[in-house]
Write a protein that binds this ligand. Structure first.
Ligand SMILES: Nc1ncnc2c1ncn2[C@@H]1O[C@H](COP(=O)(O)OP(=O)(O)OP(=O)(O)O)[C@@H](O)[C@H]1O
Length: 252
């Protein structure tokens, strides 16, 4: 297995008294797509959101263990979660463009980072929209509202917005689940092209999607990591009975 870009070490999450992740150990490989699968409520989103400290927004949240990113524990002293989220970007289940123009959506993070040079901003917006496979569809209406785009276009816009600030890691929480099959296929294609440049972690309910798009798969069950390995191995020759039972539809 390639070297880990992110190392999750003995990691547990509690919401109040309730423990939802139990002692997770997982190395997420660089420039690959890692899928997190498992039945509803098993902790997939919680694990994903732990990687860029999005769970910090829940007041009753507590963790144990470490997540190492570039030789630093992201939960260690002195780590700024806002800066961390610029390096570890996120795309959510429901497309959530801002009620602004297409251009402004993509330029938003750059402006927050202090970019002022209009030409440089325009260039980065174009590059990001191209990388998100949306440029050709929107280049003539960059100043039109993002909210008038189709759901699939909005999701690609959110991906463009996330990559505009050049993160190293992209976290995707069921990015295609609100989309029709054609829009889903486009997002899946896009994920495969983005992995050359980004380390991607993808939560999905959809087994076919995990099989089609990911290089590695982690199977979670009731907050525990049951199995992790190359996707083809997990799907064709799982080592654990629980994984096989889940993949063959015996529960979940
Ligand atoms: N902020 C919170 N406070 C309390 N419990 C929470 C909170 N967020 C999640 N949980 C609980 O943690 C458990 C794991 O939730 P999580 O959303 O991570 O699961 P999931 O596998 O992503 O589920 P789904 O596939 O249904 O989205 C669930 O029991 C959920 O109710």
């Amino acid at each position: 297995m390639p070297a880990g870009k992110i190392s999750i070490k003995n990691f547990s999450v509690f919401f109040g008294e309730k423990q939802v992740l139990f002692d997770i150990n997982l190395d997420i490989p660089e420039n690959k797509v890692t899928a997190i699968i498992g039945p509803s409520g098993c902790g997939k989103s919680t694990l994903l959101r732990s990687i860029n400290r999005m769970n910090d927004f829940f007041e009753n949240m507590r963790i144990q263990g470490e997540i190492i990113f570039e030789n630093q524990n992201i939960y260690g002293n002195g780590v700024d979660p806002v800066k961390l989220r610029q390096r570890i970007g996120m795309v959510f289940q429901k497309p959530n463009p801002f009620p602004k123009s297409i251009f402004e959506n993509v330029a938003y993070g750059l402006k927050i980072q202090g970019w002022r040079d209009k030409k440089a901003i325009a260039q980065r917006v174009e590059e990001s929209l191209k990388a998100a496979a949306l440029w050709d569809e929107v280049k003539d209406r960059l100043h039109g509202s993002a909210l008038l785009l189709s759901g699939g276009q909005q999701q690609r816009l959110c991906i463009a917005r996330a990559i505009a600030v050049e993160p190293e890691v992209l976290l995707m929480d069921e990015p295609a689940s609100a989309l029709d099959p054609i829009a889903t296929a486009r997002i899946e294609e896009l994920i495969k092209t983005l992995k050359d440049q980004y380390t991607i972690v993808l939560v999905t309910h959809n087994m076919q999607e995990a099989a089609r798009t990911s290089d590695y798969t982690a199977f979670l069950l009731m907050g525990k990591l049951v199995e992790f390995g190359p996707t083809h191995q997990i799907f064709t020759n799982p080592q654990k009975k629980e994984t096989e039972d889940y993949l063959t539809g015996r529960f979940g």
